[in-house]
Design a protein around this ligand. Structure first.
Ligand code: PMP
Length: 776
């Protein structure tokens, strides 16, 4: 860039009309009378005209100014006001006799010839407020309003374009690298070093992402000199569109931050910055990259001020003092930003990965100290620090990728955009509770009921699978008047007092609660417990203890018992026996629901039964906490005779929006069909490994709920949990995540997100083959 051309525009002689001359110019150009008072300006001249009850602003342009720039200013102001009439922007007035339809933006300027050359004259309405505010005195409300106003201005200019906007200006932060040429003009070495450091950081961190940042035409210079504020510091006027250019959306926010953060440091700087950013994001949410580079951009913009002022001061010594007036403040701001650190700024704005720079062991001991000893231990011998998910993939803090064949919660894939956007959009709009009318929760209930057999007509929303099973227990005990429960030998149904009793997998010290009996589920691999004898014995034990049956709980895929495929006749048989004993049936779909089995949305459908309760959880919100009990209205009515039910978060609009999005994606992406097809490919591949690996005793499953059972040998079928444990850790080492299941823990639990494809299934099989070949 030819820097002297840049200087020409900057230092071209501004017009020097006296107030009396200005009054005359106003009269002859726009027919506006009154006394003129100079408001001072750098490159052009601005006058306030008062008289005859009318007040106007007149701008007389620099003779070097191009008419295209002036036209762009006029058109941008008109565009922005047309989009958002509440923006405090002054409209240019049409010159008397000019026909805006015919001549366009030229109608807003009148050409005059004077001794020093030609000028354009423009006239504006006056906006309220005063210029120049002490930024460090701005209240929090004013800071937020500055952020909000600049976002609204940018939004209003989104659809605006003008060829003149594609220009290079040194104070447009996108051109920060050009500032290097000005560094020699900076007097102090310390300042030269600082500017160089900021520009190095710009090259390293900002330049690579700049081309992908959202860009548009922007005001370009929203600093305190170019806004009018009221007594409380709120922006009441946006003036001087003379620095517009096509640049990144955040550029105007950067100007505001540069202005608002002056004279603030440390925690107070961050606090003020976050409030400005909150104001902006209330109107236009920022993207992670935009938030991540805000600190660097504020520093670069401030350095532009330092470098340009120093350069001009060196060239025009007579004006040096005035030119350098704001430089100490700018230096202070960059020093304060550097003291905080750019990564920390990014983190504070929410744009940096929180994990960056966190040492694994440090985090592990902080977890232990803060979350306590009762929390389930970290998975794997070498635990994972996962920071990001995408479809069936997880990524750790070092960027390593893992195939997720373990997590069933993100049923439509980690961070599915439909679900995350639904959550964000609803959270931005409203999040309350079911004591207010809201469509989403009603629609969700209706959608769920429509997937259920006739009779299951009522939905109660809660927040977790545990709560759903807990509520089902309350409803069942109330409806039956009984207090006994039955579940499988190693089942799991949740954490609350009532349902931990129904979770032998987690019984404290393995001690069976008095009111619960268990039965061994059929084990087709060994041909054991194939009939209902075990179930009948459980009922008899319950009766012998003097208890009636309130409910039988069954996870349709027996996740904790080892993932077992039950025969419909067996389930129908034990359901009949449950009813004969006066009990109700709880189909726990927390694991098996949402298409996991591949043949139906709900796993109980495989058995041709109609349960009394269906409990939903985990996949329902793809990770957002939302759960439900679906049951019959007569059961709920019995409960309502003595109680009502309200859960503060249960069925809140955000949770409901997430759950609706999940249902939509399950349908749109044919998730269930994928589970069926990929599940059978996967089992085929796993079974093919049995020839080479006699340690595999059984491969079974339905859809994408699959199990690989390890035995010491196929004759004795003795369970081999040691090998299972080694395989799980070996797979983790090779980037594939699975877990173990079953009372002995000798079975691989494979239940990936249902977007798992056949390539992923193949990778899982190949990796398992490799681990079994070399399980060291
Ligand atoms: N039911 C089953 C079958 C489960 O597997 C679980 C959780 N593993 C629950 C209920 C409890 O769900 P949550 O952890 O969401 O409370």
């Amino acid at each position: 860039m030819d820097l002297s051309a840049f200087d020409e525009v900057l230092s071209a002689q501004p017009p020097r009309f006296t107030p009396a001359e200005a009054s005359r110019i106003a009269e002859v150009t726009f027919g506006v009378g009154g006394d003129a008072r100079s408001l001072g300006s750098e490159r052009d001249q601005t006058f306030l005209l008062e008289g005859g009850g009318q007040v106007s602003i007149m701008k007389v342009s620099n003779s070097a100014e191009s008419p295209e720039m002036l036209d762009m200013e006029a058109l941008a102001a008109i565009h922005a006001l047309a989009v958002d009439a509440s923006l405090p922007i002054a409209l240019p007035l049409v010159a008397p006799g000019a026909d805006a339809d015919a001549v366009g933006a030229a109608a807003f300027r009148v050409h005059i010839e004077a001794e020093d050359g030609s000028h354009f004259v423009r006239m504006y309405d006056v906006l309220p407020g005063t210029a120049s505010v002490e930024e460090s005195s701005l209240s929090d409300a004013a800071l937020r309003y500055w952020g909000e106003t600049v976002a609204r201005l940018g939004k209003a200019l989104r659809g605006f374009h003008h060829a003149a906007a594609d220009r290079v200006m040194l104070w447009d932060v996108q051109h920060a690298p050009l500032l290097r040429a000005l560094i020699p003009s900076i007097e102090e070495q310390r300042t030269r070093d600082m500017v160089a450091r900021v520009l190095d950081r710009f090259d390293e961190v900002v330049a690579p992402v700049w081309p992908s940042l959202r860009a548009q035409v922007l005001h370009g210079d929203l600093v305190n000199d170019n806004v009018l504020v009221d007594g409380d510091g709120f922006i009441r006027g946006i003036i001087d569109f003379g620095d517009m250019s096509h640049t990144a959306l955040v550029t105007d926010l950067v100007s505001v931050l540069g202005s608002a953060l002056s004279n603030r440091s440390g925690p107070e700087l961050i606090r003020a910055a976050r409030i400005v950013v909150d104001g902006f994001q209330g109107v236009v949410p920022l993207e992670a990259d935009e938030l991540r580079v805000l600190g660097e951009l504020v520093a670069a913009r401030t350095c532009a001020n330092i470098a340009i002022s120093s350069w001009r001061a060196a060239r025009h010594e007579e004006e040096a003092e005035l030119t350098m007036e704001d430089v100490p403040k700018a230096l202070g701001l960059v020093e304060n930003l550097e003291a905080i650190g750019y990564d920390e700024m990014a983190r504070q704005f929410g744009g940096g990965p929180p994990s960056r720079g966190v040492a694994f062991e440090d985090l592990r001991s902080r977890r232990q100290a803060a979350l306590g000893s009762a929390l389930a231990p970290l998975s794997y011998d070498k635990p994972l620090h996962i920071v990001r998910g995408d479809g069936p993939w997880l990524f750790d803090a070092d960027g390593a990728r893992y195939l997720d064949a373990y997590n069933n919660v993100p049923v439509v894939g980690h961070c599915h955009p439909r679900v995350t956007e639904a959550i964000v959009r609803q959270a931005r709009t409203l999040n309350t509770n079911t004591r207010y009318l809201h469509e989403t929760v009603v629609e969700l209930a209706e959608r769920l009921i429509a997937t259920m057999p006739d009779g299951l007509d009522t939905v109660i929303f809660v927040n977790s699978g545990s709560e759903a099973n807990d509520l089902a227990w309350r409803l069942a005990t109330t409806a039956t008047g009984n207090s006994g429960g039955v579940c499988t030998d190693f089942g799991y149904h949740g954490v609350s007092e009532a349902v931990i009793a129904l979770s032998p997998e987690s019984w404290p010290s393995g001690r069976k609660p008095e009111h619960i009996e268990t039965f061994p589920p059929p084990d087709a691999c060994r041909g054991e417990h194939m009939d209902a004898a075990g179930f009948t014995a459980a009922l008899e034990r319950l009766a012998a203890g003097g208890r009636g049956l309130a409910a039988t709980y069954l996870d349709g895929i027996l996740t904790s018992d080892g993932i077992l495929d039950l025969e419909p006749a067996f389930v129908q048989d034990i359901l009949r026996r449950t009813r004969e004993a006066g009990g109700l049936w709880v189909a726990d779909e927390v694991q098996g629901g949402y298409g996991r089995t591949g043949d139906a949305l709900w796993s109980f459908e495989r058995f041709g039964i109609v349960p009394d309760f269906v409990t939903l959880g985990k996949p329902m919100g793809n990770g957002h906490p939302v759960a439900a009990v679906i049951t019959r209205s007569d059961i709920v009515d019995r409960f309502a005779e003595t109680a009502d039910y309200f859960s503060t978060f249960g069925g809140n609009p955000v949770a409901a929006a997430a759950a609706l999005a999940v249902l939509d994606v399950v349908e749109d992406e044919r998730i269930m069909q994928n589970a069926a097809a990929v599940g059978s490919t996967l089992r085929e591949g796993l079974r093919a490994l049995m020839d080479a690996h006699p340690s595999i005793g059984d491969v079974r499953g339905m859809g994408l709920a699959d199990a690989v059972e390890f035995v010491t040998d196929r004759e004795s079928r003795e369970r081999n949990p040691t090998l299972a444990e080694r395989v799980v850790n070996g797979l983790r080492e090779r980037g594939v995540l699975v877990g173990t299941t079953g009372a002995q823990g000798n079975t691989l639990k494979i239940r990936p997100p249902l977007v798992f494809g056949s390539a992923e299934a193949d990778l899982l099989v190949r990796t398992l083959d490799a681990v079994l070949t070399d399980p060291s």
